[in-house]
Design a protein around this ligand. Structure first.
Ligand code: GLA
Length: 731
């Protein structure tokens, strides 16, 4: 059973296939965290220790017992105001000006299936696949209720957490901070893995020892951001890709967030993740309810790669939705790096003709087809087709592309407006701006106030009107700036605006997915600036970075793989020299790198030679051969792409019968030494045949000694080797 309540010990135990999570209601009604780690039996309350600790406060109910302090004991949901001076998960202020809460256990419910969260994305599962635990905590004085939600998916080794706050008291409450999950570790020495970056260089992996004090990551940008991924890992010092204990928290939310790892005075560690608390002050009138977004947690006793695989499966099968969630996506060509804003309907059709000849399956018309939009200074907000620029209607263009045998897709940036647009001229108050101040611009655009339903409704109608003009099977949803001016004309409570904005985005996306259930939506924010599990609930793929350079992409995709599956990673072959770096790599290398994602192209195919077009045809055929394995296989990081001469990764079928090894030589030197790539996840007793050479390899030796890469001349060579277990060959 996934969730067990022991009435005598008052413990809640959550079991997954390989992990156990335990907490206990103590004599005072406080909920203490006992354990999260490798599967364990029995009650672990002996982990709680008591001593008289100076300057660690004691709750009144403990009487004269100076050994009981919440400043030292591991908490399940730490709050400000009860004597724990570490970083709280909840901080409230009441209308009378007082702060704090004192949460005591009231009741709990265990049920089959996975809870949902109104208005917010959440992991979903069938009644058989998941269980839910709700623990209701209440402040006896103010009657603030905090319901802790746990979703347990035993087969996936996943536990989700969320929080519902109910103002059951009579006075108004302000939520000043509400994290979704907090985990206390009474012992251990850890490293903190976080994923930092910038536009066009997202999700670099950083591993630092947890030291005294707090290490904080987050986003104040209103979106999850390029700068930090809302995903974090705590790993024991000796943990590697293959061995050791590690814990992940992955935030299913697309707005600002804060993640903290804190080491306290007694060397205990607290890891927490939730909503950004700056510019957050959410009002709750008596009777009102607030929902915290979900955190997906996982534990692995067998290293980081396994931890990532747990998250991959969860996101691929229990977060992404719709027709495309487990389907191989159409190979697309996107017009952005092909022609930027300079296109007409005819030139799009020419791109379509070359695409069809090369075996590409979908054409996406990127930015520039609407309003007055010949550069990025005007037009956003005017979602009507610029037929003059296109020289034809959208219906006609779509039909012509469809007649070539291609699907048709289109780009939007629904949350944005340029001052030079009809929408802004008609509704200047729909843009976020602080009264009396000039708004701060980003890419010369302003942000529409999606916390207001009438704004969301108006843009939704415009977008649907365009989508209904032809057979449009794909939509790219972009957002190309961070939010600065937080002021909504619709409320006096500006501390709620950023959260309500995200709810507005989700509402729009939910309506869109319901109205167009067969449409593939790809998320984007200047590449991977809103690359999070929240968006993945609506958009089963996200353009991973505006950087299409194959060598940089290896690193960006490597960092992304810690928390996210390849099935969500938008990845394209583009032109050389690369538009972001000026680097040249072979078409083969670009193809191998782009295949570690939802494969596509983004270049002017009309400029390619016949031989290059032929190579693309072969590349697409290769991709089709491997696509199910890439999409659904287990993903292994075989090297650290930030260190060493080789970047290597593999896809292995779960039953170990097939593996696709990918490697790119990142450095070249004179008289090169041989690089051996060690595989993982193979059958040690089996022999595997490499399909193009016919050579036989031992599964055990491939993992122990590795597979040698050829010593060849030239930079950035890529290798793709497909091995099939010998007993499976003739099936
Ligand atoms: C963003 C996206 C690009 C492209 C442009 C269009 O930067 O990441 O792929 O769509 O916007 O303006």
């Amino acid at each position: 059973m996934g969730i067990i309540f022991d009435e005598t010990k008052r413990t809640f135990t959550l079991n997954t296939r390989e992990s156990t999570y335990q907490m206990q209601v103590d004599a005072f009604g406080f909920l203490l965290h006992l354990y999260y780690g490798k599967s364990a039996r029995g009650c672990m309350d002996y982990l709680l220790t008591y001593a008289d600790r100076g300057f660690s406060a004691n709750p009144y109910d403990a009487g004269e017992d100076r050994m009981y302090s919440l400043d030292v004991l591991p908490q399940e949901f730490p709050c400000r105001g009860n004597g724990d001076f570490r970083s709280p998960a909840i901080d409230v202020q009441y209308a009378d000006g007082t702060y704090g809460c004192d949460l005591r256990y009231q009741s709990h419910v265990i049920r089959e299936g996975k809870y949902r969260i109104p208005g917010l994305p959440a992991v979903y599962a069938s009644e058989e696949e998941a269980q839910t635990l709700e623990i209701c905590m209440e402040d006896p004085v103010t009657h603030l209720q905090v319901v802790l939600l746990y979703g347990v998916l035993p087969e996936l080794d996943i536990i989700t957490r969320s929080v519902r706050v109910i103002n059951a008291g009579s006075q108004k409450v302000y939520l000043e901070r509400l994290y979704s999950a907090s985990l206390d570790f009474v012992s251990g020495s850890y490293d903190f893995l976080s994923f930092y970056g910038r536009h066009a260089m997202e999700r670099n992996c950083q591993r630092t020892p947890v030291s005294h004090g707090s290490q904080v990551i987050g986003s104040r940008r209103g979106t999850s951001s390029h700068q930090y991924s809302p995903m974090m890992i705590l790993a024991e010092r000796e943990t590697s890709e293959r061995n050791g204990s590690c814990y992940a928290m992955n935030f299913m939310y697309s707005g600002g967030f804060k993640g903290e790892v804190e080491k306290d005075q007694y060397n205990q560690t607290r890891m927490s993740l939730g909503l950004m608390d700056e510019m957050f002050r959410y009002p709750l009138e008596s009777g009102e309810v607030f929902y915290a977004p979900e955190v997906i947690m996982s534990y692995s006793a067998s290293g980081l790669n396994r931890l990532s695989q747990n998250l991959h499966k969860c996101i691929r099968c229990h977060v992404c939705r719709g027709k495309y969630k487990e389907a191989v996506r159409p190979v697309l060509v996107n017009s952005w790096e092909a022609s930027y804003f300079a296109f007409t309907g005819e030139s799009i059709c020419r791109l379509g003709e070359s695409a069809a000849k090369a075996g590409i399956e979908m054409l996406v018309m990127d930015d520039g087809w609407f309003g007055k939009r010949d550069d990025d200074n005007s037009g956003l907000g005017d979602w009507y087709v610029n037929e003059k620029k296109l020289g034809m209607s959208l219906g006609e263009l779509t039909k012509r592309i469809n007649d070539m045998g291609l699907k048709f897709g289109i780009w939007f940036e629904p949350e944005m407006v340029n001052e030079n647009s009809d929408l802004y001229r008609a509704h200047p108050d729909w843009a976020l701006a602080v009264p009396g101040r000039k708004p701060v611009r980003g890419r010369n655009q302003l942000v529409l106030d999606f916390s207001r339903k009438e704004v969301v409704d108006a843009v939704f109608d415009q977008v649907c009107n365009v989508l209904d003009q032809g057979n449009i099977e794909y939509l790219k949803w972009d957002i190309n700036r961070s939010i600065v001016d937080v002021y909504s004309a619709s409320t006096h409570e500006q501390g709620r605006v950023l959260y309500d904005y995200v709810l507005g985005v989700y509402d729009f996306l939910e309506r869109l997915t319901q109205r167009y259930p067969d449409m593939l939506i790809e998320g984007c924010s200047g590449g991977g600036g809103r690359f999070d599990a929240g968006m993945m609930y609506y958009t089963p793929q996200i353009w991973c970075s505006d950087n299409t350079d194959a060598v940089d992409r290896i690193r960006i995709q490597y960092g992304s793989s810690f928390g996210f599956p390849v099935s969500v990673v938008g990845s394209h072959v583009s032109a050389v020299p690369n538009h972001q770096t000026g680097r040249s790599t072979s078409l083969h290398t670009r193809g191998v790198v782009a295949m570690a994602g939802t494969f596509g192209y983004e270049l002017d195919l009309g400029k390619l030679t016949e031989a290059e077009l032929q190579e693309i045809r072969e590349q697409i055929a290769e991709y089709h051969k491997y696509a199910p394995l890439i999409q659904n296989g287990l993903y292994y990081r075989l090297t650290n792409q930030f260190e060493g001469e080789v970047g290597a990764w593999a896809f292995v079928v779960e039953d170990k019968t097939e593996v696709l090894l990918n490697a790119v030589l990142l450095e070249i030197h004179g008289n090169m030494t041989v690089n051996y790539v060690k595989l993982q996840g193979l059958d040690t007793d089996a022999m595997y045949r490499e399909k193009s050479s016919g050579k036989l390899y031992s599964g055990a030796a491939m993992m122990e000694a590795g597979v040698p890469l050829p010593v060849e001349f030239g930079e950035y060579r890529a290798y793709q080797m497909h091995f099939v277990r010998v007993d499976e060959e003739n099936r």
